[in-house]
Design a binder for this molecule. Structure first.
Ligand code: ARG
Length: 575
C-alpha cells in the first residue's frame, strides 16, 4: 500500500485541495513519535478562511479520512498519520523482496518519451571534471526517469562544430603526428591546437587559412570533411573508454554539426514570423519583453552560431520524439543561453518550449589545490581523477583485508577498488544539491564511515556476508505474517526508510535532483547500521526473530542496490 498516495487522495477528497498539491505538502516527521506522515494545514488556511489548527481538527473528524492500518491525530496545525507497525513491516518487506533490485519501479511515466541530454563534450578537447559532472548527473537522471516508467532517450550533444575545426585542420596539415594521433588523439589535437595559437601570433595569415578551411568544411569539401570525421571518430573513441569505465551509455550522438545543416529552415521560420531583427550586421531575435538580451541567430558574416544549432536541435527532437520532457544537463554558466533558446522557441509558437528544462549544476573545486599536476595545465582530467581515486581506494582495501587477515588476491582487490573508487567519485558529485559547488577531498570521499559511497557499498557487502553465512547454516528469511514481528524502534526505523524509498525516486525525478535518492539510501544504511550495532541477527533469541531479521537484511540489500544503481554506482559482494 502506498500510504502517502492514499493520504493525499483522502485529504484531497475531504478538503477539495488538488491531489498532487496535497501529495507535495505531505512531510515525513523527524521523530518516530510524530508518526509516519504529517500534513501541514497552513496552505489551506487562506482558501478555507480558517485557522490551521481548526482545519487539522476538521480533517481528523472526517470518518472517511483513515481506515485499516492507518490512524490519524491532529497536533496543532498538523494532521499526523500513523501506520500500524506490524502491517507496515509485512507490506514493505514483502513488496521489496518480491521486486528485488527493481524495487522503486513505478509506472507514472506511462512510456512517455523523455530526452535527457548530458555529457556533450567538445571534440578534440580534453574530458575534464566539469564534463564529469554533467555525465554523472545526467546518467542518474536518465536512470531515475527510466525507473519511473518513462521511455528515456539519452542524447550526447557533441561539440563537433565551429571555427576551431578550421584551425585544427590547418594545424594538423602543418604539424600533425599520425602516430601520436593513433595513441592519444585528444592529447595530440590539444598539442597542435595550442601550437596553432602560438604560431598565429607570429603569422596572422594562419588565421586566414583556418577560416578558409572552415568554409570548405561547411561547404562539404571532401578532404576537409574527411579530416574532421577522423578527429571526431578518434576523439569519440577516447571518450567512449571513459564512458565504459563509468558505466554510461547513450542512444544518440548527434552533435552540433548534425544540426548545423538543419538551421536554414529555422531561420526561414523566424523570418516568416517576423522575429528576425538586423543588429550591427547580425540577425537577432529581440527578447526584451522577457527581460533577456537579444538571441543572435546569424552572425554578421552569415555563419550560424551555438544558439541556432540548439534551436534546430530542439525542433528536431520534438519532431522525432514528441517528448514529454526535453532535459538539458549543462552547467549553470549556460543558464542564460537556455533561457534565450527556450524564449525564442516560445515566440516562434512552439508551446512545447515549456517542456524544455535546463538542469544546471555548480563547479568542482579541490580542497587541496595542489593535489593535481596535470598534463593539461590547470584543467583536471576525469581520467586522472579516477585513476588517483582508484589507486587510493586500492591501498585502503588492501590494508583492511590485511587487518582482517583476509588474503584477497591482487586481482580481486583491484576489481573491488575500481568499483568502489569510481562509486566514490560519482557519489561525491551526487550527494548534495546540484547547484552547489563541490569541494573535493580524498579523505572525505574515501572515509568508510562518512557520507560516502565506500560506506554504502561496505554496508551492502557486510549484509551480503551475513546472508551468505545464514545460507551456510541453512537459515532462510521468513515471509508473510511472520514479518509482523519486526516492530522494535530500530527495526521500524529501517522499515520506514525502506518504505519511503519509492517516494524519494519520484521526488528526485520531479526536482531533477538525484541527491534526494542519495540521501534516502544513506538514511537506510545509517538506520540499518544502528539496528545492527545493537541487535543480533544470526544470534537472535528465537528462530522466528532470526528469520524475520534476515528478510529485513534482504530488503535492505535490494534497496541499496536499486538506489545506488540509480546513481550509477555498482555494489560489490565483498570488500
Ligand atoms: N559542448 C558544450 C560544452 O562543452 C555543451 C553543450 C551543451 N548542450 C547544448 N545543447 N547546448 O560546453
Amino acid at each position: 500500500m502506498d500510504y502517502k498516495d492514499l493520504i493525499a487522495a483522502n485529504i484531497s477528497r475531504i478538503t477539495g485541495l488538488d491531489k498532487d498539491k496535497a501529495y507535495g505538502l505531505i512531510e515525513i516527521p523527524p521523530q518516530l513519535e510524530m508518526g509516519d506522515y504529517a500534513f501541514p494545514c497552513f496552505t489551506l488556511a487562506k482558501e478555507l478562511r480558517k485557522a490551521p489548527p481548526m482545519i487539522a481538527a476538521d480533517i481528523v473528524a472526517d470518518p472517511t479520512l483513515v481506515s485499516g492500518a492507518l490512524t490519524a491525530k491532529n497536533v496543532g496545525p498538523y494532521v499526523n498519520f500513523f501506520v500500524d507497525r506490524e502491517v507496515l513491516a509485512q507490506e514493505v518487506l514483502t513488496e521489496i523482496i518480491s521486486a528485488g533490485e527493481s524495487y522503486g519501479t513505478d509506472d507514472m511515466g506511462g512510456g512517455r518519451n523523455v530526452i535527457v541530454e548530458y555529457s556533450s563534450p567538445n571534440i578534440a578537447k580534453p574530458f575534464h571534471v566539469g564534463h564529469a559532472f554533467t555525465t554523472i548527473l545526467g546518467n542518474s537522471i536518465a536512470n531515475i526517469y527510466t525507473k519511473l516508467g518513462y521511455n528515456v532517450i539519452r542524447f550526447n550533444h557533441l561539440g563537433d562544430y565551429g571555427t576551431q575545426f578550421g584551425k585544427l585542420i590547418t594545424a594538423y596539415r602543418l604539424w600533425g603526428d599520425e602516430k601520436a594521433m593513433e595513441e592519444d588523439a585528444i592529447s595530440e589535437l590539444t598539442r597542435i591546437y595550442v601550437k596553432f595559437h602560438d604560431e598565429a601570433k607570429k603569422d596572422p595569415s594562419l588565421e586566414d587559412t583556418a577560416r578558409d578551411n572552415f568554409r570548405k568544411l561547411e561547404e562539404g569539401s571532401e578532404e576537409e570533411v574527411a579530416l574532421w570525421k577522423r578527429f571526431r571518430e578518434l576523439s569519440l573513441a577516447v571518450f567512449e573508454k571513459t564512458y565504459q569505465r563509468m558505466g554510461v551509455k547513450f542512444d544518440n550522438y548527434n552533435g552540433e554539426s548534425f544540426y548545423s545543416s538543419r538551421i536554414p529552415p529555422v531561420v526561414d521560420l523566424l523570418k516568416d514570423k517576423g522575429l528576425l531583427t538586423p543588429s550591427e550586421g547580425a540577425q537577432v531575435v529581440m527578447l526584451e519583453d522577457e527581460g533577456l538580451p537579444p538571441c543572435i541567430i546569424l552572425k554578421s558574416d552569415g555563419t550560424t552560431i551555438y544558439a541556432s544549432r540548439d534551436l534546430a536541435a530542439a525542433i528536431y527532437r520534438h519532431e522525432n520524439y514528441d517528448f514529454y520532457k526535453n532535459i538539458y544537463v549543462v552547467g549553470l554558466p549556460q543558464q542564460l543561453h537556455f533561457k534565450q533558446v527556450f524564449a525564442v522557441l516560445k515566440k516562434a509558437g512552439f508551446e512545447w518550449a515549456d517542456d524544455c528544462v535546463h538542469v544546471g549544476f555548480g563547479l568542482l573545486k579541490f580542497k587541496d589545490g595542489s593535489a593535481f599536476s596535470t598534463r593539461e595545465g590547470n584543467i583536471v582530467l576525469l581520467d586522472d581523477l579516477l585513476n588517483k581515486t582508484v589507486e587510493k581506494t586500492e591501498e585502503i582495501i588492501r590494508k583492511n583485508a590485511q587487518d582482517r587477515g583476509d588474503d584477497m588476491s591482487d586481482a580481486e582487490i583491484r576489481e573491488i577498488a575500481e568499483k568502489v573508487g569510481i562509486g566514490a567519485v560519482i557519489y561525491t558529485y551526487l550527494k548534495s544539491g546540484r547547484e552547489k559547488d563541490i569541494l573535493f577531498d580524498w579523505d572525505d570521499m574515501l572515509d568508510f564511515e562518512g557520507d560516502t559511497a565506500p560506506y554504502l557499498i561496505y554496508t551492502y557487502a557486510r549484509i551480503r556476508s551475513i546472508l551468505r553465512k545464514a545460507e551456510s547454516q541453512g537459515l532462510t528469511a521468513s515471509s508473510g505474517d511472520a514479518l509482523k514481528i519486526l516492530t522494535e524502534d530500530e527495526e521500524y526505523a529501517v522499515i520506514r526508510s525502506l518504505g519511503d524509498f519509492k517516494d524519494s525516486v519520484r521526488r528526485a525525478a520531479t526536482s531533477y535532483e538525484p541527491f534526494v535518492v542519495a540521501k534516502q539510501v544513506a538514511l537506510i544504511a545509517r538506520n540499518f547500521n544502528r539496528f545492527y550495532n545493537n541487535s543480533s541477527i544470526l544470534n537472535a533469541d528465537s528462530e522466528d526473530v532470526k528469520k524475520a531479521r534476515l528478510a529485513l537484511c534482504e530488503a535492505v540489500c535490494d534497496t541499496l542496490k536499486s538506489g545506488l544503481g540509480l546513481l550509477g554506482i555498482d555494489v560489490v559482494e565483498k570488500m
